[in-house]
Ligand binder design. Structure first.
Ligand SMILES: Nc1ncnc2c1ncn2[C@@H]1O[C@H](COP(=O)(O)OP(=O)(O)OP(=O)(O)O)[C@@H](O)[C@H]1O
Ligand SMILES: [Mg+2]
Length: 251
């Protein structure tokens, strides 16, 4: 459904992405991991069309996306982006209802069929319903991130790209958010691409794993068997770290 083919990008003399290939099928999840500065966010920005690649192609539903096409409403609604910072992502002085209404208004203006507010809030977390007419400033970070996910889901997207969307949350809220994304994948058939910093969030709920290093994908494949099949020292270290965390958790 989404295909990134040999995408490269540099900023000035700095090569940030080199020949990156990714393929995302409908209803599949992909975890992208890699150290800071390895180009993960740049790739996400290219997919949603707020950055332009120097070379390579992005194909979505059999159509090659250029920046103009990616910015048209239909395509924007189909590929939704969840930001790392749920505080910066939401306007202050709005209630939950007003926040979601803004998105619904845009959908209506574009004659786009969307979910309704109560439906989407009860889907992400029905406890949020009691805050419907409250200002969003009273929400916790985790609740805000759920509201951001609700705002994305309202559009009935085909892909959600979450860029380190748990990095500002504590462990419990992070796990809740990742569970929610997994549920959206399983129940709504939405493909999830999640950039994850924390190796301990890589587990067998992910269908595919891509490991980034210095702007290149050095390892890419099904999570199942990833441990046995990965060839690069760097990804082996990541996998070892994963099992180390698992062991710690059990202790
Ligand atoms: N607009 C820009 N202008 C110049 N350099 C940039 C720009 N955006 C990103 N970079 C550089 O590109 C490289 C990759 O950045 P990117 O944000 O994609 O990394 P990342 O893997 O998402 O890192 P992190 O895990 O810290 O979020 C970094 O060296 C960064 O400094
Ligand atoms: Mg980033």
């Amino acid at each position: 459904m989404l295909e990134v083919i040999k995408v490269s990008k540099s900023y000035g003399s700095k090569q940030v992405l080199t020949d990156v290939n990714i393929r995302v099928e409908a209803g599949e999840s992909t975890a992208i991991i890699g150290e800071s500065g390895s180009g993960k966010t740049t790739l996400a920005k290219i997919i949603i069309g707020i950055e332009k690649q120097d070379a390579g192609r992005v194909i979505f539903d059999d159509e090659e996306l250029n920046v103009l096409k990616r910015r048209n409403f239909e395509n924007c609604s189909k590929i939704q982006y969840i930001f790392q910072d749920p505080y910066g992502a939401l306007e202050n002085n709005y209630t939950l209802k007003q926040t979601l209404n803004e998105t619904i208004k845009i959908c209506k203006r574009n004659k786009h069929k969307c979910m309704d507010i109560v439906e989407v809030l009860s889907y992400v977390d029905e406890n949020l319903l009691e805050y419907l007419n409250k200002d969003i400033s009273i929400l916790s970070g985790g609740q805000r991130q759920k509201l951001c996910i609700a705002r994305a889901l309202i559009m009935k997207p085909k892909i959600i790209i979450a860029d380190e969307c748990t990095s500002m949350l504590d462990k419990k809220s992070s796990l809740e958010i990742l569970k929610l994304l997994d549920r959206i994948k399983l129940e709504q058939g939405v493909s999830i691409i999640s950039i994850l910093h924390e190796i301990d969030f890589i587990n067998d709920t992910w269908d595919n794993v891509a490991v980034f290093k210095d702007g290149e994908i050095i390892e890419y494949g099904k999570f199942k068997g990833f441990n046995d099949n990965c060839s690069q020292e760097y990804s082996k270290k990541l996998v070892d770290a994963f099992y180390y965390f698992k062991k710690e958790e059990k202790m």
